[in-house]
Design a protein around this ligand. Structure first.
Ligand SMILES: Nc1ncnc2c1ncn2[C@@H]1O[C@H](COP(=O)(O)OP(=O)(O)OP(=O)(O)O)[C@@H](O)[C@H]1O
Length: 258
């Protein structure tokens, strides 16, 4: 069940450094939202603020409200583990657990959740690997280590691992930046399929990718070094790339800046 995300004044600090300032954004369920902008403008920091991964670093903290279907995940009484279970994440570099088999990688989250029944786990492995478009490539070698797969296969394994616990939101931080063009296209096709089930937010440096995969795009920027990142413009992807409202957005997407 995909969920709506609403950021109200989301601000993030690394100790005393304010990295993003007062981000307001509503992300609809079952959509893909791309976050673009120059290096250091806070895209990843905002992404990690959605599932409370930002605050894991010593001295890091958030302000504002981040609502998932109306529930503020920053509320004091919220179970942070439950938040992270509901909001899956895929990182820049594929990071399967290297010594674990393909099978065990996929079900690692389910095992943590206490699922033990073999038939349930078998079904979950097949469903998640099919969902990640990897099943046909690995179904005959499930007991082999995940680290033995190609980079693109490893990233799809990480996506399978993330979706196996049926999260409602999937965050992707430059998921294709370590992949070749063919693997990248496979992941992009996969993102388009996954949005039927999940709310997806993807950070990407690749503007063609943002244009290809996303429904909405948020352009982040900073005025100058040391300033916090801000959301400059957020709109339908087609509008951002053909007729942006802000000059800064236009300068960025036409390559005049950043
Ligand atoms: N662990 C950290 N400790 C201190 N400052 C950090 C840390 N991580 C990021 N920052 C700073 O926060 C700001 C935003 O960084 P962030 O990684 O969110 O930007 P980004 O837009 O995702 O950049 P990139 O496109 O280069 O990945 C930058 O000034 C960065 O140097």
């Amino acid at each position: 069940m995909a969920k709506r995300i609403e950021a109200h004044g989301v601000t993030a600090f690394y100790s005393s450094f304010k990295a993003i300032d007062s981000i307001n954004m509503t992300i609809e369920p079952k959509s893909v939202t791309a976050l673009i902008g120059p290096s250091g403008c806070g895209k990843s920091t905002f992404l990690r603020s959605i599932n409370r991964m930002h605050e894991v670093l010593p001295g890091a903290r958030n302000e504002g409200k981040l609502l998932i279907d109306g529930q503020n995940v920053y509320d004091n009484d919220v179970d942070v583990t439950a938040v992270r279970r509901m909001i899956g994440m895929v990182f820049q570099r594929p990071n399967p657990f290297p010594t674990m088999s393909i099978y065990d990688n996929v079900i690692s989250g389910l095992r943590l959740n206490g699922v033990r029944k073999k038939s349930t786990l078998d079904d979950a492995v097949e469903k998640a690997l099919r969902g990640a478009n990897l099943w046909n490539e690995v179904k005959d070698r499930l007991p082999r280590p995940g680290a033995g797969l190609s980079g693109g296969q490893q990233q799809r394994l990480c996506i399978a691992r993330a979706i196996a616990v049926e999260p409602q939101v999937l965050l992707m931080d430059e998921p294709c930046s370590a992949l070749d063009p063919i693997s990248t296209l496979k992941i992009e096709d996969l993102i388009s399929e996954l949005k039927n089930r999940f709310t997806i937010v993807i950070v990407t440096h690749n503007m063609q990718q943002a244009a290809r995969v996303s429904d909405r795009t948020g352009f982040f920027s900073i005025d100058q070094t040391g300033d916090p990142g801000r959301l400059i413009e957020y709109d339908d992807t087609s509008k951002i790339f053909t007729n942006p409202s802000e000059k800064k957005t236009e300068d960025y997407i036409t390559g005049r800046f950043g």
